[in-house]
Each structure stands twice: as C-alpha cells, then as structure tokens.
Ligand binder design. Structure first.
Ligand SMILES: NC(=O)c1ccc[n+]([C@@H]2O[C@H](COP(=O)([O-])OP(=O)(O)OC[C@H]3O[C@@H](n4cnc5c(N)ncnc54)[C@H](OP(=O)(O)O)[C@@H]3O)[C@@H](O)[C@H]2O)c1
Length: 347
C-alpha cells in the first residue's frame, strides 16, 4: 500500500482508505465490520473515515470495537458539526467530539472534520478557535472541513493563520468521475494552500463500481435496492441513459486492462490534483478486496486523456481544471451544455 500526506501536513494516510457510512446494525453489522477492518489492516489500509451520526453512532462504535488493542495502527477521521444537530459552535462541537471519543473507545482522533458548512451564517471564528483548542487539548491531532464553499474554506484558514491557530489540512467534497464541480475552485485553492482532498461518494454510491446494471432492478442488498441513505434521487440523477452509456464505456475500459470499474473510479481520483486518499465505502469484504487493487494502477497520461473523452465534460460550467486547458473543453462542451455561453467561443 502506498501512502501520501494529507495535503502538505505531516499526517500520512494510505492512498486507499475506508469509508464507513454503511456501518450500522441495519446494514453492515458489527461482526462484518470486524472482518472488514481486520482485512483492511492486513492490506495496509490505515485511513478510516466515519462521523458521529453514521448509523446513528453504530459506525463509530463498531470501529472502536474493531480497532481495540491496535488503535495506533489506524488514522481515524471522524466528523462533528452536522446541521441536523445545530450549528458548529463550541457547545455542539465539544459535545459531539466527546461522544465520538467514547464510541471510538479512544482518547484522540487523528482528523476531526466539521461535516457540513454550506451555510453563510455559522460562527466561523468560534468554530476555528474551538477546533484549535481541541488540538491543543490533545484530543484531536489535525483539523479538516467538509461540504464547504471555497470562500468559506479560504476564510476559515485565513482566520486560523491570522490568530496562529491550527488550520484545516483537508477537505471532504462530493467528487467522482461524474461530479467535478470541486475542480472549478476548491481544488485550486487546495493546491495553492496545500490542503488535501478526500473525495466523498467516490464510486457514485456504487454506480461507478458496476453495482447496478442498466434496465435491471437494483440488487436487493444494495444501497439503491434497500432504499437506505435517501439515495433514490441520487441514482435517478446519475443513472440516466447517458449516464449508463458512460458507465458501460468505463467498465469496458477497465476490463480491457484487467481491472474493475471500482478500481478505475478510485485510480482516476488518485490522479486528480490534491487528492490524498480515496475513502470508498463498502458493504462487503469482497468490495474492499476489489477496491484495494486500485492502489497498484497507475493510469498513463494517454489513458487519462481517453478517460476524459469517455467521461465527457464536467456538468457544471466553466471548469478551469488542469486537463481542460488545451481547448478540448471548448470542443466538447456545446454538445453537453447547449445553453453554455463561453466568454471565448470554441473552435
Ligand atoms: N463528508 C460528507 O458529507 C460525506 C458524505 C458521504 C460520504 N462520506 C464518506 O465518504 C465515504 C464514501 O462514500 P459512500 O460510501 O457514501 O459512497 P461510495 O464510496 O461512492 O460508494 C460506496 C458503495 O459502492 C458500492 N461498492 C463499493 N465497492 C464496490 C465494488 N468493488 N464493487 C461494487 N460495488 C462496490 C457499495 O454499495 P452497496 O452498499 O450497495 O453494496 C458501497 O456501499 C463514506 O463511507 C463516508 O465515510 C462523507
């Protein structure tokens, strides 16, 4: 397993991590979590991402039990500050961190992330000061943010710098082959400021991993089939005819090279700027065994170029990301965005 630092911080993480949103007594039970985490450790996976609200607390509790006796082998990233439970102020964040530490059965977390910040009115200075105090107390080693607009991320880190507080070393954003909005600003700030990106929904909740087949009912034990996680709208949004055309082309691309679609989705993200680790979620051990294979797949520049053509242009306008600067964007955009009005018309 290869490792990278999270941004320019000193925190080292395995490039394939483990997302644990599925861990709960209703889906992936304690026994299975034990097996998955044991196997993850054997495969060299160190980064485990969770949150105080995943599985109503089950995710942290199951992880805490699975890592007992070998806590220091893992980089545990958890989150507080979900808007479902109030604003990310000192009172809420402190209470949430304490409850996470109890469930995880540890006295520190490696990375503490504020979960959702798409709200212009949260008390930013108080939040950053509270996070800094957590680091000073030894209960948190590094600070991360998540679901955040670029201006908020800049402002949070500028405030931290101004006061001499710990800044965010990482950000979790919705990011996968079909969802590249992050590339239009957040990832450029991250590159400038040395902030690592941890993409969430890296497999498009399974769509990019070959979990679903066009025209067939979703498997009963799958996220879409079990109707859990409020995912119906998500699958409707990406699982269109055009979506499946691309999914099938990507699958063919991966299989032709002796790989799986999940490995392709992960390997592709690992080639995006500032992505430090890919925390794909799993519901079975076999999925983890598959996903870990991505760590050994280095896509070539020609393959990355071909993939850009297969994926098509990002859905959101004006992506200023790296590969799109050679005017390919101008050429492909109009067919994807009939209403797109570029400042500089394409060729
Ligand atoms: N910061 C945030 O707001 C936020 C939001 C969402 C997620 N996250 C984090 O990001 C992690 C990843 O996101 P996610 O788990 O929601 O979505 P994801 O990684 O895009 O998709 C995970 C799902 O894909 C399927 N899958 C995984 N490996 C597979 C394989 N090799 N072959 C076929 N199918 C495979 C499984 O579906 P089935 O379950 O159907 O088997 C699995 O549950 C989460 O676990 C969580 O830690 C953070």
């Amino acid at each position: 397993m290869k490792h990278r630092t999270l941004g320019t911080s000193g925190l080292e993480v395995s490039i394939v991590g483990l997302g644990t949103d599925t861990f709960s007594r209703r889906r992936v039970d304690k026994q299975t979590v034990n097996e998955i985490i044991g196997a993850a450790s054997d495969m060299g996976i160190t980064l485990i991402d969770t949150a105080y609200l995943y599985g109503g607390g089950d995710s942290e509790e199951f992880i805490g039990s699975a890592i007992a006796g070998r806590r220091d082998e893992f980089v545990i990233a958890t989150k507080g500050g979900h808007h479902a439970h109030g604003i990310p102020n000192r009172v809420n964040l402190t209470r949430q961190l304490e409850s996470s530490l109890k469930r995880l059965n540890t006295d520190y977390v490696d990375l503490y992330q504020v979960h959702v910040l798409y709200n212009a009115t949260f008390p930013m200075e108080e939040m950053m000061q509270t996070l800094n105090d957590m680091v000073r107390s030894g209960k948190v080693r590094y600070v991360g943010l998540s679901n955040i607009y670029c201006w908020q991320l800049c402002r949070c880190n500028d405030l931290a710098e101004f006061h001499g507080w710990d800044r965010a070393i990482s950000v979790q954003q919705h990011y996968h082959m079909f969802e590249r909005e992050v590339e239009s600003d957040v990832s450029q700030y991250c590159q400038w400021a040395g902030v690592g990106i941890l993409p969430f929904f890296p497999l498009g909740c399974g769509l990019l991993a070959g979990r679903y087949t066009r025209g067939e009912e979703p498997p009963k034990d799958s996220r879409a089939g079990s109707g859990r996680g409020g995912s119906t709208r998500y699958f409707d949004y990406y699982g269109t005819k055009a979506g499946y055309d691309t999914i099938e082309a990507l699958e063919e691309f991966a299989r032709a090279r002796g790989h799986t679609p999940a490995q392709l989705a992960i390997a592709w993200l690992l080639h995006r700027p500032m992505v430090s680790s890919v925390i794909a979620g799993v519901s079975k051990l076999s999925q983890l065994e598959d996903n870990v294979g991505a760590a050994e797949w280095d896509l070539t520049p020609d393959e990355l170029k071909e993939l850009n053509h297969l994926i098509g242009a990002p859905r959101r306008p004006v992506p200023t990301s790296w590969e799109w600067t050679d005017r390919e964007l101008d050429r492909v955009l109009p067919s994807y965005h009939p209403d797109y009005d570029p400042l500089e018309p394409g060729v």
